[in-house]
Design a protein around this ligand. Structure first.
Ligand code: C2E
Ligand code: MG
Ligand code: MG
Ligand code: MG
Length: 274
């Protein structure tokens, strides 16, 4: 991107590429001030135990409402935040906010539910991450066994350094979950290398379950892998009764999805689930 030039210099771009590019630049710019302008919020989605039909946990999911761009979905801005590095302060805010919220709820209710927090690989590579997590846990007097960090298969690119890092995190007493399981390119050998506690079946398989039997086969295979490695398995994207029954039948442990509840603001979550 060359500054100070007119639109006509983008002749290699189709109008659509140009538009996408301009939106990306705008997102980059607006993200810089998103935290100080208090445009970022966490929503929470319940995670249900399929055996007891009770809530066992919740996933915190980031929401960004910008004055210029409106509501921007995380699938669009998180990768940009990773590229620019602004994911570090944003991720730190997410960690503190989710842990603080969870601690407050633990004090006011008797529900022993866990909080599951998405963490990007950029955050894990930040040398101060461990310290930040430790501080957040200590400042809030939270039992670390109620914290789950959701990581993705992209960490496999940093194989060696990651094994050590994850082992250090585990020493704090938190749990680790592999998110979007089955969508990455990495080999399954990390199942023996990383100290994981659970796998999350990617929502794409669950949402499209009824469309073809292959998706059902994938879901069953992931569940079997989880059992084999002594991991809990959580399905996401459960939108209806059919998926709910299927997952229960094949022995999937936990589930989340619109069938139970979409992600909702903290106040609504408290009212409905605690
Ligand atoms: P994810 O961690 O795999 O989160 C699950 C996504 O599925 C969420 O999308 C959730 O709203 C959506 N979902 C839940 N149930 C259903 C359902 O029944 N049907 C459908 N169609 N979707 C469902 P969301 O909130 O848009 O987040 C997208 C992704 O952005 C997340 O995928 C995660 O990778 C990332 N993300 C969200 N919050 C954070 C965060 O705080 N930090 C980081 N690093 N990434 C985040
Ligand atoms: Mg997740
Ligand atoms: Mg996921
Ligand atoms: Mg995802």
């Amino acid at each position: 991107y060359v500054k100070g030039r007119g639109k006509n210099d983008f002749q290699l771009f189709t109008p659509q590429m140009q538009q996408e590019f301009e939106r990306k630049v705008m997102i980059e710019k607006q993200l810089q001030t998103a935290l100080v302008n208090e445009e970022i919020e966490l929503f929470y989605q319940p995670i249900m135990d399929l055996k007891t039909n009770e809530i066992v946990g919740m996933e915190s999911l980031i929401r960004w409402n910008n004055k210029v761009l409106g509501q921007v979905p995380p699938d669009e801005f998180i990768s940009i935040a990773e590229e620019t590095g602004v994911i570090i302060p944003i991720g730190h805010w997410v960690l503190n906010t989710a842990i603080e919220q969870h601690a407050r709820w633990q004090k006011t209710t008797n529900q022993p539910i866990y909080v599951s927090i998405n963490v990007s690989v950029r955050q894990l590579l930040d040398p101060t991450f461990l310290e930040k997590l430790k501080n957040a846990i200590e400042n809030n007097l939270l039992d670390p066994s109620q914290i789950v960090l959701e990581i993705t298969e992209s960490i496999a690119m940093y194989a060696e350094s990651m094994s050590e890092k994850l082992a250090e995190l585990k020493k704090l007493g938190i749990s680790l979950s592999m998110d979007d399981f089955g969508t990455g390119y990495s080999s399954l050998s990390y199942l023996t290398k990383y100290p994981l506690d659970s796998l999350k079946i990617d929502k794409s398989f669950v949402i499209n379950m009824h469309r073809n039997d292959e998706n059902k086969a994938i879901i069953q295979t992931i569940t079997a892998i989880a059992k084999e490695f002594d991991l809990k398995v959580i399905a996401e994207g459960v939108e209806g009764q059919e998926a709910h029954h299927f997952l229960k039948e094949i022995g999937c442990d936990y589930a989340q999805g619109y069938h139970f509840s979409p992600p909702v603001p903290a106040s609504e979550f408290q009212e409905r689930w605690l």
